[in-house]
Design a protein around this ligand. Structure first.
Ligand SMILES: Cc1cc2nc3c(=O)[nH]c(=O)nc-3n(C[C@H](O)[C@H](O)[C@H](O)COP(=O)(O)OP(=O)(O)OC[C@H]3O[C@@H](n4cnc5c(N)ncnc54)[C@H](O)[C@@H]3O)c2cc1C
Length: 253
């Protein structure tokens, strides 16, 4: 949709361009920004012109740039984790167009329970790399970065630069399960297994990491089941338990 209140569009070329004036907001893929009215937004600062690489190989991590689209992220060197990444990306079942344009950073910043990149990165034990307005950088595990449905630890002026996925996680046993109320509906429960950890998203307001060896006790303690038109909380708790036990079986194989 048109954003009728927007009167300026700046292309960011460097870090100095990320200082926002009143009314300005960051623009990445724009799939969410242009999907609903933004009456308080008068200017857009485009991150996609910063020239960040889609991915870089760090000594211990695969770094996915925040402006990498979900579709392009599929081409990163995931090794044995490629099928897990593909399954997570396909969680964007509502529209292939969204997967084509939406960025990894935008998905993390929105922090929706059904955030496909939240599910993937939390499940692999990844950390968010954040540029702070004083010129510094901070890193935080995705499971701590997302604090609730649509809430994160991002402070005003902070920008997600990348997400670092530990290379060691990519060669651990991996498993993925997803369900939704309707075949092409938004994800209602996503469970990712990695080694001995089982991470719940979509059915919970924030990512929850459980120990596969203590799964039932962990499930019983979950206190943040999500409730919205894509599934009531009690149903989500039940199907998540079923999926998590399937993931545990897969990991044990
Ligand atoms: C039809 C449809 C289906 C959708 N399905 C899903 C779904 O299944 N799951 C889901 O999670 N979402 C879904 N969405 C919402 C949204 O499209 C995605 O979350 C997408 O990943 C957002 O990324 P983007 O790059 O388009 O972000 P944008 O729309 O450009 O930005 C989203 C927000 O994040 C901020 N932002 C963007 N990048 C950064 C950054 N690097 N640092 C700090 N802040 C930043 C922006 O300022 C804005 O507030 C859907 C949207 C539509 C229209």
């Amino acid at each position: 949709m048109d954003l009728a209140t927007v009167t300026s569009h700046r292309l960011a070329r460097g870090r100095d361009d990320l200082a926002l004036a009143p009314g300005e907001t960051l623009l990445a893929g724009g799939t969410w920004l242009f999907s609903e009215p933004q009456p308080e937004v008068s200017g857009l600062v485009d991150l996609t012109t910063l020239g960040w690489p889609d991915w870089e190989s760090e000594p211990d991590a695969l770094r996915i740039g925040a402006t990498c689209t979900v579709e392009r992220a599929l081409g990163a060197p995931w090794g044995p984790a490629a099928s897990l990444v593909s399954a997570a990306a396909d969680s964007f079942l509502m529209s292939w167009k969204v997967q084509h344009v939406a960025t990894v950073g935008g998905n993390l910043a929105l922090a929706l329970p059904a955030g496909a990149m939240v599910s993937l990165s939390a499940g692999l034990g990844a950390s968010v790399v954040i540029w702070t307005p004083d010129g510094g950088t901070r890193e935080q595990p995705v499971v701590d970065f997302v604090t609730g449905a649509g809430t994160t630890t991002l402070a005003p002026g902070e920008v997600i630069r990348a997400v670092d996925v530990p290379v060691a996680a990519l060669s651990l046993p991996l498993a993925f399960r997803r369900t939704s109320l309707t075949p092409l509906g938004r994800a209602a429960a996503v469970v990712v297994g990695c080694g001995r950890t089982i991470t719940l998203t979509a059915s919970t307001t924030r990512p929850v990491v459980l120990d596969a060896d203590d799964l039932d006790a962990g499930l019983a303690e979950v206190d943040c089941w999500y409730d919205d038109p894509h599934g009531p909380a009690d149903w989500r708790a039940h199907v998540t338990g079923v999926l998590a036990r399937e993931v545990r079986s897969d990991l044990a194989r």
